[in-house]
Design a protein around this ligand. Structure first.
Ligand SMILES: [Fe+2]
Ligand SMILES: [Fe+2]
Length: 315
């Protein structure tokens, strides 16, 4: 998603950097985040249910590729749905890159290690299920997909100069964005079996989002100035993590034009619920954080303008 990147050069983005004074010691913030992660992880492990990819794949449809070579026309899915599932799959595959990026900024204490390993295992299951589904139903050329997986994972992932709070703000948005993208792809697919699989994956993505959203909530409570700055930067600069995937821009455009995931979806189904949960526009804030919130309101207005322009272009 590149529609937001131009915002990073906007006046509002630059103005906000004048006000970044931490209210508390960084150690206290780290302590509070760790304490919140401990509770959030416990909750996650209670709620998360085991499930098995093989139960969601129509294996009886499988044919040997040596005797029946792949052809584009074999798939029952539209090109938009295929683009979306393939992009989501390559993103799932690249989890070790995201795991490493978060570990670099958050450290590798026992609780972070437990969470990151568990998270990576759950995301790996999404990759397994999606790959099996696409291969068995011939929705993708398996050789092309494998080449793309190699390219994507070899390129890895970098969170750039993001600090821990920016990473948590980003992943909260990204997990919800992934949940919405899977869910909308399923609904759009006209394929009840794929819809069922994507709904199952979305349930996991929702729990991931809940955990990161909880952590960011603790950050807002502990140090609203630093947290608001992190949130502002991530709302402005948001891009899906798949930007290193071959053909990302072209595929993202196809997905946006179909309305599976465009700027309107991002605003209504990702930004609005998250900002609402964090009570960003309702909570009492110190003046420095309030100034950032004012800038954020301007950015949201700009996002709304761009979203309606994008929809009218696709209509
Ligand atoms: Fe996932
Ligand atoms: Fe996830």
């Amino acid at each position: 998603m590149r529609w937001l990147s131009a915002l990073a050069t906007s006046r509002a983005y630059h103005q906000h950097w004048r006000v970044t004074t931490a209210l508390v010691r960084p150690e206290l913030l780290a302590e509070n985040l760790t304490a919140r992660l401990e509770t959030a992880l416990e909750k996650h492990l209670e709620r998360a249910q085991a499930w098995y990819p093989h139960e969601y794949v129509p294996w009886s449809e499988a044919r040997d590729f040596a005797s029946v070579p792949f052809e584009e026309a074999q798939s029952r899915l539209s090109k938009e749905v295929r683009a979306s599932v393939q992009l989501n799959l390559l993103t799932e595959d690249n989890l070790p890159g995201y795991h490493g990026a978060i570990r670099n900024v958050m450290g590798y204490s026992d609780v972070w290690r437990t969470w990151l390993d568990r998270w990576t295992a759950e995301e790996g299951r999404h990759g397994i299920a999606l790959r099996d589904y696409l291969t068995v139903t011939r929705a993708v050329d398996p050789a092309v997909l494998e080449d793309e997986r190699m390219l994507t994972m070899s390129a890895g992932f970098s969170s750039g100069d993001r600090d821990g709070l920016r990473v948590i703000a980003y992943v909260s948005m990204q997990e919800l964005a992934t949940r919405v993208a899977h869910r909308n792809t399923g609904k759009f697919s006209d394929d009840p079996q794929l819809d069922k699989l994507l709904a199952r994956i979305s349930t996991d993505e929702n729990l991931h989002m809940v955990l990161y959203r909880d952590l960011f909530d603790a950050a807002l409570e502990t140090d609203p100035v630093v947290a608001m700055n992190a949130l502002f930067a991530e709302v402005v600069g948001f891009q899906m993590p798949g930007t290193g995937i071959p053909g990302f821009v072209r595929r993202a455009a196809v997905i946006a034009r179909a309305g599976i995931y465009d700027l309107t979806v991002h605003r209504e189904q990702v930004l609005t619920p998250l900002l609402g949960y964090w009570r960003v526009f309702e909570r009492e804030l110190p003046p420095e954080a309030e100034a950032v919130r004012d800038q954020l309101a301007l950015v949201l207005e700009e996002i709304d303008r761009r979203a309606s322009k994008q929809r009218s272009r696709s209509a």
